[in-house]
Write a protein that binds this ligand. Structure first.
Ligand code: NAD
Ligand code: ZN
Ligand code: ZN
Length: 344
């Protein structure tokens, strides 16, 4: 089968021919219907050799959907021929966080060598993918897999961050979205769907700011050293009650810090390597800073239900698997409008 793999540190993704995998006991094989590209794939592929821990070759794709095609011994609750989305942040299933469905915060995954598909385990950017356990599959029903596959990360990750700050998104409050890429353009829609807050979106690109307006942002601001002053002006001096940084580079973290309201929330979701110093005078009184990771199993069900209501839709650029390298190059250059999805 065809697969998109990272095979050599520093070399970028390649299209290769590999064997179709067989599901072991408890595992499910999916015939992949869609696999999304995430900027985190580039985080991984940009790591120097001494920091790269994901194994080689690595089949990419941590946003996946497919049709159940073959069940390993002992699998129950999955119907061959049905369409599923893959819940990616695999955990042990047993620790307290996993028992709550928060496998993204599994306390034992590292110790047990459990890694998400596409970020250690073979991912979904291939004709077939193996899912380790039935609990990591969520039925898609009538949802179009290509249109919704990215909700497994570009939807779930913002949803998890936004829900944790929902008490800050009261009517009259301001939510600040930094970065209107794959995650940010879905994040804006989630804020609009579950709150009455005013949304201010920030990006470096005029094209991304027009997408922000299209998906429901009330105001847009060009990223840079002057952004915080403009955000203060738009909020009558108060600042943003909840800040979601979907970039995480030093300039956006500086904007987050300079724009947050007293008693506000900053969620640093992007892994761009920027730092926010903590200490009594580093942020306004009462401000909280958090770095959330992915989301829980029940939140994936909720975000898919939001798509079913029509409140959230991903802007998809669709590619065949043979064009995946081109799609990755576009993502690297910030040229993807919304999310790039590979259809094997
Ligand atoms: P993307 O490439 O689709 O979007 C990034 C956006 O940021 C683009 O629109 C780009 O124009 C914008 N941008 C770049 N520099 C900027 C700046 N200085 N100011 C304002 N905007 C700027 O990326 P994505 O797939 O949406 O991922 C976003 C980030 O979130 C990445 O760092 C990714 O690795 C990370 N991520 C984290 C988690 C998590 O669990 N915490 C999950 C998924 C992705
Ligand atoms: Zn991701
Ligand atoms: Zn666990």
């Amino acid at each position: 089968m065809k697969a998109v793999q990272y095979r050599e540190v520093g070399k970028g993704p390649e299209i290769v021919e590999i064997d179709v995998p067989e599901p072991g006991p408890g595992q499910i094989r999916l015939k992949v219907t869609a696999a999304g590209l995430c900027h985190s794939d580039w985080f991984v592929m940009d790591l120097p050799e001494e920091q790269y821990t994901y194994g080689l070759p690595l089949t990419l794709g941590h946003e996946g959907a497919g049709i159940a095609d073959k069940l390993g011994a002992g699998v129950t609750g999955i119907t061959v021929g049905e369409s599923y989305a893959i819940y990616g942040p695999w955990g042990c299933g047993v620790c307290r966080n996993c028992a709550e469905g928060k496998e993204n915060y599994c306390t034992r995954a590292a110790e047990l060598g459990i890694a998400p598909p596409g970020l250690g385990a073979p991912g979904a950017m291939a004709e077939y993918v193996i899912v380790d356990d039935a609990r990591h599959l969520t039925p898609l029903g009538d949802l179009d897999p290509v249109e919704t596959v990215s909700l497994t990360d570009a939807g779930l990750t913002p949803y998890h961050a936004i829900k944790a700050a929902q008490h800050k998104l009261f009517p009259g409050a301001t939510a600040l979205v930094l970065g209107v890429g794959g995650l940010g353009h879905v994040g804006i829609q989630i804020i609009r769907a579950i709150s009455e807050a005013t949304v201010i979106a920030v990006d470096v690109s005029a094209e991304k700011l027009s997408l922000a307006t299209e998906v429901g942002a009330h105001h847009t601001v060009v990223s840079g050293p002057d952004a915080a002053a403009r955000i203060r002006e738009l909020t009558g001096g108060v600042g943003a009650d909840a800040v979601f940084d979907f970039v995480g580079v030093q300039p956006t973290i500086d904007t987050a810090r300079a724009s947050v309201a007293v008693d506000g929330y900053i969620h640093i979701v992007g892994i761009g390597g920027g730092l926010l110093p903590t200490g009594f005078f580093s942020t306004p009184f009462g401000a909280a800073v958090r770095a959330p990771y992915w989301g829980s199993r029940s939140e994936l069900i909720e975000v898919l239900d939001l798509a079913r209501t029509g409140a959230v839709s991903v802007h998809v650029e669709r590619y065949g698997i043979e064009d995946a390298v081109e799609a990755y190059t576009r993502l690297h250059h910030g040229a993807v409008r919304g999310r790039a999805v590979v259809v094997p």
